[in-house]
Design a protein around this ligand. Structure first.
Ligand SMILES: [Zn+2]
Length: 349
């Protein structure tokens, strides 16, 4: 497929706004997963589901995972489901003193790895890098500047797990920088199960008000929704903020999972909310339509679940559930033409 630079924003490519890179540092990627996390039931299940349960023994896990992701994106792209994906770095936890924390760290994906993947000759045109810079780092602004210069399309934070309080004054200079350079902040909201939560209350979208007030385009990952039975649920606060701030958005990451699919019909009933949502899968989180039997019926669910590609299945289920086309073109609209040009995202629509 030939990559064409988009010239007309009316023809927007479909971008999956939320996918994760991961690795163990094999091949010099710099990625890291703690042994506790790697061997946890959740990660064992993820590795099993991806078919890479024993891949670390070959010393090639990082490339194996990347190949899987790229196969998914190629398959989804060939079917017309998506054109490109935003890939996430994940910063370390930093203490109140701005030092890298020696405890609690479970995963790390360096910013340079996200760039290296998106820049790779064999992958170019399908990926856009989102970086992760902890705002308490002493070099937070310098690192953010460096990443923006290299083409970062977004900043990704996981406040409740990376131990950063978006209300902390130390974040404000970063907000001003992101607002001035028109780089969106993707911040996790709602419950979290993949990595350990240190401060659950930071899943409340309300904590992002200072960023919104300073003009940052904020994309609330998971739109404030609960995933399990007992974790935080702040969909109401999310809907309120989305209506109040033109620069407030939400994503649909992990919405096709047992814990979150119930929120799609609820979102559709909320006035002025669906048009502020943007598609994101949360790859490698597994996708299923089983928990939408009531809405879709047995035959449709079986048909959707038989789609082999996870990323394609995610798009098809969301569309079948009634999420309108704008949800799938919003990422390109918010990321902007400059970012699309920079990463040569193919515009085949
Ligand atoms: Zn995620």
């Amino acid at each position: 497929m030939e990559n064409k630079v988009p010239t007309d924003l009316a023809e927007l490519p479909i971008i999956d706004m939320h996918t994760h890179l991961a690795g163990m540092g094999h091949g010099g990627s710099g990625c890291w997963v703690s042994s506790g996390k790697f061997n946890s039931i959740m990660f064992r299940a993820l590795r099993w589901n991806l078919g890479i349960y024993g891949a670390h023994r070959t010393g090639n896990l990082d490339q194996t995972y990347l190949d899987l992701l790229d196969k998914e994106v190629r398959t989804a792209s060939a079917s017309g489901a998506i054109d490109a994906a935003v890939i996430y770095a994940h910063d370390r936890i930093y203490t109140e003193n701005g030092e890298a924390s020696t405890s609690g760290q479970e995963i790390y994906v360096p910013n340079d790895y996200a760039f290296a993947c998106a820049e790779r000759e064999t992958m170019r045109g399908r990926y856009m890098p989102a970086v992760s810079v902890h705002p308490y780092r002493k070099d937070a602004l310098a690192e953010t500047e460096r990443c923006i210069a290299r083409g970062a399309v977004a900043m990704k934070w996981l406040p409740n797990s990376q131990a950063m309080d978006p209300r902390d004054r130390r974040c404000f200079a970063m907000y001003d920088l992101l607002a001035a350079r028109k780089i969106p902040l993707i911040a996790h909201t709602g419950g979290e199960h993949t990595v350990r939560v240190i401060r659950p209350e930071l899943g409340n979208p309300e904590v992002l008000r200072p960023a919104l007030d300073r003009g940052v385009t904020v994309i609330m990952a998971h739109s404030g929704t609960r995933s399990g039975a007992f974790d935080g649920h702040w969909m109401e606060q999310f809907c309120k903020l989305v209506r109040e701030y033109p620069n407030c958005w939400g994503d649909t990451a992990a919405f096709c999972t047992p814990g979150r699919i119930r929120w799609i019909p609820r979102m559709l009933r909320e006035e002025g909310v669906v048009e502020k949502l943007m598609h994101g899968s949360d790859y490698p989180v597994p996708v299923t339509a089983w928990f939408a039997l009531r809405e879709l019926g047995w035959n449709r669910v079986r048909e959707l679940n038989s789609i082999p590609g996870e990323l394609e299945r995610d798009v098809r289920i969301k569309r079948a559930m009634g999420l309108p086309g704008i949800v799938f073109t919003n990422p390109a609209k918010v990321l902007g033409q400059e970012a699309l040009r920079r990463w040569l995202v193919s515009n085949i629509r």
